[in-house]
Each structure stands twice: as structure tokens, then as C-alpha cells.
Ligand binder design. Structure first.
Ligand code: NCD
Length: 360
């Protein structure tokens, strides 16, 4: 049983396989129209979404499968007080695969303990968003040819932006990757991501203008309004980075400008006319890579496609200590979880088994 909760659940070879398959689907869509007949995807969106939900649902429909689900959890028995895990144990009886988005960090890691069908994490709070990363990888592959020798600037809300967490998680495995993390200090990349990098492989700054010239990829993000404790707090950072002509004039000709979207004020519309802006095409790739992912997780292998030898999912060893996760967005704060545990990272630090926050 395979799940996709974070990019490192896939090996590099499996990512190559998915990219190859997605490209074949783009070139030969008619070969795939019936391949998922009889299969059902549950599209479970406990948090708002446009691109991710509709691209998952379009993906399954284009594969000839069907979709059930909801885009608004207030219409489910959650509103009667049913626990998340009970709700999902029920839906498991009806479907073959879950795509689930949830506002609480670590939610799909909890669900994994209870269900026996593949789970795709379609975004868990400010934690991870692995299918956006697959979308980003397909985009990078299209424009750059491969994943090595790239300087990647990530700009905006790196603290709460789950897309950048997952993208670092995926890209750090390739050769000669340099990250430039550009954010206000208060919205810096969290340590659960940075600790996994060599210190010489990234720099942190709040200056986009001076650093844009070095970039091969500029990955813009919005300030994640819904994750702040108050609207006043959000207003402090709204509009801190805006991409404009002055900055773009300093950038390389073969830069690509990416954004997971939605944008708010960080990329004005006039930038859309710059040939380096690829974010709308990026969104389009999302459907094709999700088609490939659904086939892979359902173990449906099209003609001429043999997936790499399966890597058994290594369950990290879980320890039970006398301390609790203090991340106020973590699933452990909202669900009554018996004896939540910690994992030990490569530096010997204890981290919450669900949201990866350090437990002190
Ligand atoms: C992102 C998300 O939901 O994290 N959107 C998306 O899935 N394309 C980015 C965002 O909301 O800022």
C-alpha cells in the first residue's frame, strides 16, 4: 500500500516514472480515457481549493474513473461531531483512493493509521503539499530539461507556505541545487525543512532585488492570510514582495517565474506578458501529473510503462515521551489522539510524528 503524504515518499526513479507517464498522457490522451473504469476517487476537501480539487477531479474523470466527495466539510457529519478518523473509515468502504486536503497539519498522517487505501495529501495546513510539488517538477522538467544545477529563489511566506516546504523536500535530492530563501525574518523557512539541508546549499535574505540575477527559477508565493493568528498580523506582511519590471530587468533571460497560485498582490498582471512567466501553464500540468499519480497508486500500469521496483514505505520509529507537540496548528491539538508520539530526526531532535514540529 503506497500513499503520497510528502514528496520523499517517492523515490527519484518513481518521480521520473511519473514525469514520463504524465508526458505520455499529454501526448496520447485518447489512450487513457477508459483506463480507470470502475474506480472511484474520494475528493475530500476540508479547506478551500480551486486548482487542486478541480485538477484531481478532472484527472479522475479523464481517466474514465468516477469521483465522489465534498468541497465544504460543513455538509458532512463532521458538523455533528464525528471524528475525522471515523468519517474517513466510513468513506473508505465506498472508494478506492483518497485525495484529502485538511487545515490541520499532520491530518493525513493520522488518517494513514486507520485506513487501508492509498491516501494523497492534497495539502495539510502549512505543512506539505506534495502534488503541487509534482506539478512544479513537471513544469521544471518541461522548461529546464532536468532537475540538476539550478538556483531556486523562493519568495514570500516561507513559514506557512506548504508548497515551498514540499518543493525543497523534493529538490534537495538533486545535484548542485542552491536555494535562496527570500522572506521577512518572521516568515522564514521553518527549521524542519532547513535542518535537512547542508548550510552551504541555501541562503536566507529579505532582498529580492539584489538576488534575482542569480536565479534560474523564481518561485513566488502569497502571504498565507488564513494561517495568521489575527488579521492585523497578516497586514504587517501583505504586499512585502511585489515582482515588477525593475526586478525582472535584472533577471536571466531563461529564468522561469513560477507560482502555485492563487496570487494576491505579489505578481501584477503586467508580468503575465513576460515570456518568462509560466505559472498558468504550471497549473495546467497539475492535472496530467495527478492522472499519472492516480494510476501509479492504484497500480494500474499502462502498456509500455513498468514502474521502478517498489520501495517499501519505511514507517519511522515512533517514540512516546513525556512531552506534547506545541504547534497550535497540529492535528494533535484538535483530535483526541491516544498517546501521540515523536520521531527522531538526523540531529537527534524529537519531532511530532504528525506535523514534524520540534517537541521540546
Ligand atoms: C496552494 C495551496 O493551497 O497551498 N495553492 C494550490 O494548491 N495551488 C498555494 C496557496 O494557497 O497559496
Amino acid at each position: 500500500m503506497r500513499h503520497l503524504l510528502e514528496p520523499e515518499d517517492l523515490t527519484i526513479e518513481e518521480i521520473d516514472y511519473l514525469i514520463g507517464l504524465a508526458n505520455d498522457i499529454i501526448e496520447n490522451p485518447e489512450e487513457y480515457v477508459d483506463i480507470c473504469r470502475g474506480k472511484l476517487l474520494a475528493s475530500l476537501f476540508f479547506e478551500p481549493s480551486t486548482r487542486t480539487r478541480l485538477s484531481f477531479e478532472s484527472a479522475m474523470n479523464r481517466l474514465g474513473g468516477r469521483v465522489v466527495g465534498f468541497a465544504d466539510p460543513s455538509a458532512t457529519s463532521q458538523s455533528k461531531g464525528e471524528t475525522l478518523t471515523d468519517t474517513l473509515k466510513i468513506i473508505e468502504q465506498y472508494v478506492d483512493i483518497f485525495a484529502m486536503r485538511h487545515p490541520q497539519e499532520g491530518a493525513p498522517y493520522l488518517v494513514k493509521k486507520y485506513v487501508d487505501i492509498p491516501i494523497i495529501n492534497a495539502g495539510d495546513g502549512g505543512h506539505q503539499h506534495p502534488t503541487q510539488t509534482l506539478t512544479d517538477l513537471l513544469t521544471i522538467h518541461h522548461y529546464k530539461g532536468d532537475f540538476n544545477n539550478l538556483t531556486i529563489g523562493m519568495v514570500g511566506d516561507l513559514k506557512y507556505g506548504r508548497t515551498v516546504h514540499s518543493l525543497v523536500n523534493a529538490m534537495k535530492r538533486y545535484k548542485n541545487i542552491k536555494f535562496i530563501f527570500i522572506s521577512p525574518e518572521e516568515l522564514a523557512m521553518p527549521s524542519f525543512i532547513k535542518d535537512e539541508l547542508n548550510s552551504e546549499d541555501y541562503i536566507e535574505t529579505d532582498n529580492l532585488l539584489d538576488n534575482i540575477k542569480d536565479l534560474d527559477i523564481l518561485y513566488m508565493t502569497r502571504i498565507q492570510k488564513e494561517r495568521f493568528d489575527s488579521y492585523e498580523e497578516y497586514l504587517k506582511y501583505k504586499g512585502v514582495f511585489v515582482l515588477n519590471e525593475e526586478k525582472l530587468n535584472r533577471a536571466k533571460d531563461d529564468l522561469i517565474i513560477m507560482h502555485p497560485l492563487p496570487r494576491v498582490d505579489e505578481i501584477p498582471e503586467e508580468v503575465d506578458r513576460d515570456s518568462r512567466a509560466v505559472y498558468f501553464n504550471q497549473a495546467g500540468y497539475g492535472m496530467y501529473i495527478r492522472m499519472a499519480l492516480i494510476l501509479f497508486l492504484l497500480e494500474i500500469h499502462p502498456k509500455n510503462f513498468t514502474p521502478p521496483a517498489a520501495k517499501p514505505m519505511e514507517d519511522k520509529k515512533i517514540y512516546h515521551i513525556d512531552k506534547k507537540c506545541s504547534n497550535s496548528h497540529c492535528i494533535t491539538q484538535f483530535q483526541n489522539i491516544v498517546d501521540p508520539g515523536v520521531v527522531v530526526d538526523s540531529f537527534g531532535k524529537y519531532r511530532c510524528e504528525f506535523c514534524n514540529e520540534e517537541v521540546l
